[in-house]
Design a binder for this molecule. Structure first.
Ligand SMILES: [Zn+2]
Length: 163
């Protein structure tokens, strides 16, 4: 069984690979069930570094790590994390890290501004896939559990977009 590692990068297949969503929407719980399904730890790291893109997926060869800005909250945070999960499931283009543990680490980077434009290794198509994935999963999650985010967060997400 290898349903968590699709060869296709169609959004529908990636959503399948994610498995069932938690009935009470919770991104941490989703990451935990994904770790179990993939038999590979997926660890979330909230960090507050000025130069950090909104989200970053890092594969240290044993575990997957998703680093996200700790100042990003609620709907926007979940969107950022799901976006990175999509890159991870789809095995989108990766760049080797200069110095990871064991030297075998790889990372994906996303963000805004000049910094991200220089280091973002993804094609526009891959970014589009990741954005659609995150949006569709959140829509699905909120249908299952209609009140996980406040109206404020919905407005905030509209203002900030889905970066
Ligand atoms: Zn991306």
């Amino acid at each position: 069984m290898d349903d968590a590692a699709p060869s296709s990068t169609r959004v529908e297949d990636l959503i399948q690979a994610l498995g069932p969503l938690p009935t009470a929407w919770n991104i941490e719980e989703l990451c935990l069930s994904l770790s179990t399904r993939r038999r590979r730890p997926l660890v979330l790291h909230p960090m507050n570094l000025p130069a950090l893109p909104f989200g970053l997926w890092y594969d240290d060869g044993i575990s997957d790590h998703i680093i996200y800005r700790s100042t990003v909250m609620g709907f926007h945070r979940d969107h950022v994390i799901l976006h990175e999960i999509c890159h991870m499931l789809a095995r989108h283009t990766q760049i080797p890290l200069a110095a990871g543990p064991g030297g075998a680490g790889r990372a994906s980077v996303r963000g805004a501004g000049e910094f991200a434009a220089r280091i973002n290794p993804y094609t526009a198509r891959q970014e589009e896939t990741a954005e659609s994935f995150a949006t569709l999963i959140l829509e699905k999650a909120y249908r299952l559990n209609p009140a996980p985010v406040s109206a404020f967060e919905h407005r905030a997400s509209a203002v900030f977009g889905t970066a």
